[in-house]
Write a protein that binds this ligand. Sequence first.
Ligand SMILES: Nc1ncnc2c1ncn2[C@@H]1O[C@H](COP(=O)(O)OP(=O)(O)O)[C@@H](O)[C@H]1O
Ligand SMILES: [Mg+2]
Length: 310
Amino acid sequence: MSVPGDQTIHSGPPPPVRRIVVSEEPTIVEPPRLDPTAPAAAVTGAPLTRRSDSLPASAIVERMRTENLRLYYGDNEAVKGVSLPVCRGEVLALIGPSGCGKTTLLRSLNRLTELTATARREGQIFLDNEDVDRIEVTQLRRRVSMVFQQPNPFPMSVFDNVAYALREGANRKPRKSALMEPVRQALDRAGLLAEVESNLDHPALRLSGGQQQRLCIARSLAAQPEVLLLDEPCSALDPKSTETIEQLIVKLRSEVAVVIVTHNLQQARRIADKVGFMYLGDLVEFGDGEQLFSNPREARTADYVAGSFG
Ligand SMILES: Nc1ncnc2c1ncn2[C@@H]1O[C@H](COP(=O)(O)OP(=O)(O)O)[C@@H](O)[C@H]1O
Ligand SMILES: [Mg+2]
C-alpha cells in the first residue's frame, strides 16, 4: 500500500551522502587525566587579569548565611544541604554545569522559590542573623534584590524604570523633581548615566541589551538593596557590555554583597573573591576564588575548572 506523499519523498536525486574514507582504524583517545594540584590550564583561553585586589578584612562583613539549605521540586532534591556565607566586600560566584541547583539556590535567598508551587525548602537562611522567614517578603525582596539573565526593563521610560522602585517604596507619591536626584544616582552607580542622561524619557526597550541590563541593575540599586543577586547577567550580552558589567560588579561589592551565578569560568575568575562550585545539588567546594581555580581541593572541581565536563 502506498503512503500519501510517497511519490514526492522518493522522486528527485538521492540525498547527498558524505563519506569519510579512513585508511586505518581510528585510535580512541583517552580524555586527559588531570592532576588536581596542577594549575587550571583550560580556563586560560584569554589572558586572565583579576581586576581587583581583595578589600581589607575590615571591609568584609557577613550579611547572609545559609545553613544546611535543601530545596526540592516534588521529589527532586535540587539543592542538597548547602551552608555558605554571603558577605559585603566580596563577590561570590556560583559555578557549575547547568541543572546543578545554582539558580535554585540563588532564588531561595530572597524566597523567590516560594513562587514555584512544587518547590519546598528545608534548612535556614539568615539575613543579618535574622531568619528570612521572619522578614516580610516584599521587604526581604527589596533588601535582597535579583537581576535576571534576560534584561527585563518595564515598557516605560528610562526614568520611570528606575523611579518605579522609589515610588513603590514611598508612602506618599513623590514628585518627579524629587526623584530626579536618586534616579540619576542609581543610573550612575550602574554605570549608565553618561549614556542616557541627555534623554531620560527615552523608552527603555529601545536601549541596547547591555544598556537594558545596566538599567535593570540601576532599578535594583535604586531601592538600596543590601544584597544583589545576579543570575547569569551577562549571558545575553556582547563582550563590551559584559566587561562594563563585570567592572560594575567589582565596584559595587564594597557597598552591597554580590552573588553571581555564571557559567563563564573566566568571568568568575576575573571578578569573584569567593567561589562555590555546585555539582548535582551539592556544594562540592567553596573557597577563595584564586585558590579554587589554581589549586582546587576536590578532584571534581579540578576536572570542571580544567574544562573536562560541563
Ligand atoms: N521550576 C522548576 N520546577 C521543577 N524543577 C525545577 C524547576 N527549576 C529547576 N528545576 C530542577 O532543579 C534542578 C536545578 O535547576 P537549576 O537550579 O535551574 O540549576 P542551574 O541554575 O544550576 O542550571 C534541575 O534538576 C532542574 O530541572
Ligand atoms: Mg540557572
